[in-house]
Ligand binder design. Structure first.
Ligand SMILES: Nc1ncnc2c1ncn2[C@@H]1O[C@H](COP(=O)(O)OP(=O)(O)O)[C@@H](O)[C@H]1O
Ligand SMILES: [Mg+2]
Length: 240
């Protein structure tokens, strides 16, 4: 039976997260009926048939869950570009969206019907701003065939500008990209995964079209790997 996944992808700005997300989306697309991509830019929108530009003005009239579910059913994969600023209306919109997504799920963990991808996840799954449906998606989505992919440069920070902490117990796959931020390194190494210190990972070299190094830990299988760069070649090393 297929295991549903809850991904957390972390690393500094420019460390290769979005590039990795593109590859994940390409892997998901042929076998996943519905995809919801959320961020505050047009990045990743090249993968969808419908792009919904959710402006602050549009948030004034509320989107309802049934309408959003209908939109996703109609197009399959939808990109939502949401405002980067925090307003109560934005979080209300996200609640409607997640309730709509919930209605697309099916009680069958052998099939992933839907994947929710949040780049800059702290704008969406924000500490102290998690509504009922956001929490439910994190806690129970996997049982309904809804995968979650959260991508951010800040995780487990002391202040509120970070992703929700409760979600860390739900993570099934942790992907760590280079970062030199001491707080992020500490938070990541405290995740109970056998990953190397993220400061030791090599960053991408965009001018040479060369990706960076990353470590991936699969909690369900208790396995971990690190992708190491040797010149222009890459080598996947098993570390657990
Ligand atoms: N695997 C890769 N192959 C080629 N270029 C890459 C790869 N990964 C990252 N890059 C380049 O490095 C830069 C930063 O990557 P990006 O994924 O946007 O980082 P992040 O999302 O972590 O800020 C981009 O210019 C990107 O094109
Ligand atoms: Mg990015």
């Amino acid at each position: 039976m297929r295991q549903a996944q809850n991904w957390l992808i972390v690393g500094a700005s420019g460390s290769g997260k979005t590039e990795y997300a593109k590859r994940l989306i390409q892997a998901y697309k042929p076998r996943t009926r519905f995809g919801v991509i959320i961020n505050s830019t047009s990045q990743l929108s090249e993968f969808v048939r419908h792009k919904e530009y959710v402006t602050l003005e549009k948030l004034q009239k509320s989107y309802d869950p049934a309408m959003l579910a209908k939109l996703i059913r109609a197009h399959g994969w939808v990109h939502f570009e949401i405002p980067g600023v925090d307003t109560p209306e934005k979080f209300a919109f996200l609640e409607s969206l997640f309730e709509g997504v919930w209605n697309l799920g099916i009680m069958d963990t052998s099939r992933c019907e839907c994947v929710v991808i949040a780049d800059e996840a702290r704008l969406v799954f924000r500490k102290h701003r998690m509504g009922f449906w956001a929490k439910r998606l994190e806690a129970e989505g996997r049982k309904f065939g809804i995968d979650l992919i959260k991508i951010d440069q800040r995780f487990g920070a002391q202040d509120n500008d970070t992703t929700d902490m409760a979600s860390r117990i739900q993570i099934t796959r942790l992907v760590v990209f280079p970062t030199s931020d001491p707080n992020q390194r500490r938070a990541l190494m405290g995740m109970g995964a056998p990953i190397p210190d993220p400061i030791t990972l090599e960053r991408p070299i965009p001018a040479q079209r060369l990706g960076g190094e990353y470590a991936i830990s699969d909690y369900l299988r208790g396995r971990a790997w690190v992708l190491k760069r040797k010149g222009r070649r890459f080598e996947l090393q098993k570390i657990a």
